[in-house]
Design a binder for this molecule. Structure first.
Ligand SMILES: *Cc1c(COP(=O)(O)O)cnc(C)c1O
Length: 354
């Protein structure tokens, strides 16, 4: 705290991202990064862009990327918004599409950036408890609100909501914007992009960080009715007119052009997810059914904090949330086969030692 801070800044409660330790040789299974590198075509496209053109500003409207995403998902370019990671897209959503005076609804166990943005933009938040199976119950989202947001699959549970559930929420909230945050959708859930032409109140956000192995490039996007996209453009152009840099732009376009690599990488992650889930289950863990690139698991006789600490002392980092309802759980990112083996081999010793 400093006297130079504005009263506004004094009251902020910033997001705390998963740790990015600087030590080498860690088995890092804590931030849902993809164990496979980006497509070689992405790297080639970025390399080809390295040169004199970097003295020029990028296209302020990212038209080429918008058109690429629009073609990929079968929508119009005017229905696509792009930003520096979906976190930036979500920031503009909270500012541009959620109404003040009524609470924004999201699950009690969900992405912890949502309450941070509510604080930043002075929007009231109301959390809706997941049911006893840690699932979203659409019937709970029938109450006055200034907007609704939830990840699908949810984070950190990994559980997916079927499209009929998403539609039920949309049908009962025609006067609110409903945002489906599909950061993990490519690992096994159905995308609500297929619904955008029927629901003018639906906005779907996705990211290249997880399924396309480009967390370091910072590219995310939203798809919805063009009037929703226009609101996001108005906020963006009042804040920073050049959101996607030249390298990110060509890399992101190339990622969508290498469908073969994308399919192989996501299938490999899903296959490893099933193997890790079975391994954990065999050791007595309860593993929630995951449609994401991580699993959420708890052991009936070993607390999450203790197991996480014991794994850490063996150089394996997983995520533990010291929060009500989920403090027994570990969120474990699906890594490479070698990383997953390291986890599965360390756990019996960890459990025996407690
Ligand atoms: C990772 C994640 C994001 C943001 O990803 P970006 O890297 O900013 O694109 C958004 N929502 C959820 C639920 C996430 O897990």
């Amino acid at each position: 705290m400093s006297k130079f801070w504005s009263p506004f800044v004094r009251e902020l409660e910033p997001y705390v991202p998963g740790e990015q330790p600087k030590m080498a040789n860690l088995v890092k299974l804590n931030t849902n990064e993809n164990p496979f590198g980006p497509s070689p075509k992405v790297l080639a496209a970025i390399q080809a862009e390295l040169g004199d053109s970097l003295r020029l500003y990028p296209d302020p409207n990212s038209d080429r990327l918008k058109q690429t995403i629009a073609d990929y998902h079968g929508v119009k370019a005017s229905q696509v918004f792009v930003g520096n990671g979906s976190d930036e897209v979500l920031a503009h959503v909270f500012q541009g599409l959620f109404q003040h005076g009524k609470p924004v609804l999201f699950p009690d166990i969900s992405y912890s950036f949502y309450p941070v943005y509510c604080g930043l933009y002075r929007i009231e938040a109301r959390t809706i408890p997941l049911d006893e199976h840690y699932r979203i119950n659409p019937a709970d989202y029938r109450q006055p609100n200034g907007g609704i947001i939830f990840p699908n699959p949810n984070a950190p549970t990994g559980c997916a909501l079927g499209l009929e559930g998403v539609e039920s929420i949309l049908d009962h909230n025609p006067d609110s914007v409903v945002v489906v945050d599909e950061a993990y959708v490519d690992f096994g859930a159905d995308s609500a992009i297929s619904l955008v032409d029927r629901y003018p109140n639906l906005l779907v956000t996705q990211t290249l960080s997880k399924s396309r192995s480009l967390a370091g490039l910072r590219v995310g996007f939203a798809i919805g009715h063009e009037l929703l996209v226009e609101a996001l453009e108005r906020v963006k152009n009042s804040f920073n007119s050049y959101p996607i840099d030249r390298l990110a732009m060509v890399g992101a376009v190339a990622a969508f052009e290498d469908e073969d690599y994308f399919q192989k990488a996501r299938q490999a992650v899903m296959a490893e997810r099933d193997r890790v889930s079975q391994g954990l289950h065999a050791m007595g863990f309860e593993v929630l059914p995951s449609a994401a690139n991580f699993v959420f698991a708890r052991h009936p006789s070993h607390g999450g904090a203790a197991v996480s600490a014991a794994l850490r002392s063996r150089g394996i980092i997983v995520r533990h949330f010291n929060k009500p309802r989920i403090d027994e759980f570990l969120r474990i990112t699906i890594g490479s086969a070698e990383q997953n083996d390291a986890l599965l081999n360390a756990l019996p010793e960890v459990l025996a030692g407690q």
